[in-house]
Design a protein around this ligand. Structure first.
Ligand SMILES: [Zn+2]
Length: 96
């Protein structure tokens, strides 16, 4: 990692120097640096992954817990039919 990337990662609070336009100057320096260009992280967007929905009812479900008015609920959704089932829980769910 070259020093341009290190200074970029540390941010303005890690350096005793700051000047107006510093961010642009550092970006321009890094844009013209071969090492920075070869080792910069790739931020290309990943394509959305389509999930396979269930072929039969309740083959694939989504579940989530939520709290409303100090009561706890489990919501279950069937991917095949979009049927939604709400289950009341008298106890606070524990995350293991
Ligand atoms: Zn560099």
């Amino acid at each position: 990692m070259c020093e341009h990337q290190v200074s970029g990662l540390l941010g303005p609070f890690a350096t005793p120097m700051f000047w107006i336009g510093m961010s642009n100057d550092v970006k321009q320096l890094a844009d013209n640096c071969d090492v920075c260009q070869q080792t910069k992280p790739c931020n290309s967007e990943e394509p959305l992954q389509q999930h396979v929905e269930g072929r039969t009812p309740w083959e694939k479900c989504g579940v989530d817990l939520f709290e409303f008015n100090q009561k706890y609920y489990l919501v279950t959704v069937d991917y095949f039919s979009n049927f939604l089932k709400l289950t009341f829980s008298p106890l606070r769910p524990q995350v293991l």
